[in-house]
Design a protein around this ligand. Sequence first.
Ligand SMILES: [Zn+2]
Ligand SMILES: [Zn+2]
Length: 621
Amino acid sequence: MPAWLDKIGFRLILVVGVTAILIIGVFSYFNIRSHTEVLLAEVERRANQLSETVKYSTRHDMLFNQRERIHRQIRDIGEQPGINRIRLLNKTGEIVYSSKPDDIGKMVDKNAESCFVCHSDQKPIERLTISERTRVFRLHPDSVRIMGIINPIYNEASCWEASCHVHEPEQKVLGVLDVTIPLADVDAQVQSSRLEMTIFALVSFVALSCIIGIFVYRWVEIPVHTMVTATHEIAGGNLNHALPENRSDELGQLARAFNHMTRKMAEARLQLFQSDKMASLGRLAAGVAHEINNPLTGVLTYSSYLMKRTASQPDIQEDLKVIVRETLRSREIVKSLLDFARQSVPKKSAADICEIIRRSLSVTENQLRLHRVKVETNFNEDMPHVVVDSNQMQQVFINLLVNAADAMSESGGTIHIHLARINLSPYGTTQIRKALCNKNHNLMSPDIKINGLPTIRLKAKSEGAEGFLYLDPIYGSHQHEYGILSGNIMSLQCPQCLTSVINESVRCPKCNALTYSFEVAGKGVFRGCTRNGCDWQQWPIMDEAGVREFVEIKVRDNGIGIPPEDMSRIFEPFFTTKGQKGTGLGLSVIWGIIDNHDGKITVESIPGLGTTFTIRIPVKS
Ligand SMILES: [Zn+2]
Ligand SMILES: [Zn+2]
């Protein structure tokens, strides 16, 4: 089948075109038919009038049997244009008078056209309607159509009372006047109407096809082509490719949904990328830090020793001071690297978050004043205590404050620190960090991540396929990765010991399908529905705990903001916008610390207006 047969445009043209031709055809048929009827009725009326005129104009001459005058009158009238023939037949069928003199004296077959109506039942009908007296015929198959109208001449008193006459009073019909008129004009008009209608139908079809073609091309063809190109771009890995969103119709909606999907994919990919990079960089950083720490200690020890030995030589002392200072700075960087690599285990204890922030403010006071930065806070004294490593948390706030100060212009600015208690449902926010099978095998898989988080990997079989099911680790979020699986799930197993995780005794309360269950380390049983598309999940411990309380800290500055293209990278280690000023480790260290506290850090920024970091830490771990 050729490709164009499959096109929407062609099908639309076919459907609309055929419909239009059908409608025009039916309309034309009835229109032409009624038009023909009107025309024929008009001819009929004219023929009848003519017939009556002849009848009455010859009446007087008939009564007095003025044959020559009757001949002349019939001939004169018969010669008028638009009249075929006028004949007068007597009761035996003999042509007595005719506008064509050759016909006179000929006999007409009573069963032939003009007599058939009256003589069809072998007996003459005396009173006939006009349509019964009318007939349409052709003299021979190729000639024009002719309409004939017969007009019986009835016997009347004056006929048999006249002395000249031979008509008997019993005779009812004396003869018949037959007038025939050619229908050439009517037929020509009908023919031209048909031609006009055919041309109209064809022109309509062509015009409709063109209009549909143009609109389908503009409204369907071009956007679909753009979309196909976009899918190729995205399949090729270019997730920055966006479709134009300037349309308000369904294709516009599709374009917006498509762009939204692409953005989500790009975010997920970046997050994945970031987590992977963080992990490998973390290992690298830890290794490097350990290697450098020892020689640095040596440098520091020996330079301090040299300082003591050269106390009397101030010129050498100055140089040694620089060495000691720079070595100390290097050690700070190494320490940051170790923090980022999460080598330092947090020592958690209940702490007042306001106190931690106050201490951070006092540490950075000088630096903030130098940048002409004002700090506004809304410390709420009834904030609940949180279980955190105070030193690490202090590092978080110091880093955020210094960053904010650096983001300010020469004329300074303001930092707002806003604290609040918020409640978040466990549904959609709680992460499963460690899932175990019956035999205590770890089900977590760092290979496949969903939104940057390791997934729960289960071996799955369906009606014909076999593969892995990767569950979204966020309770209530259902962006599961279905591997190569299709159809209904028949079995779900631990990938290591092949113990089934399907629970035959518990059915999904939503769709009655089988459910799976596994142990979350230290947090009870987790259940979910096996049917693809069903969103039922249950985590009794979390459900019983109900909404969890969080402390939310927002640090907002009115600095230069972060360009959108950098937003996804700012938590990456060594990513910096400060040039030589920073190590690029600050924000990645913060990210690591907050993650270690079961918390979350997010960032929003409007270039030119400022940046807001939001940190959420659970009140009870
Ligand atoms: Zn197992
Ligand atoms: Zn279900």
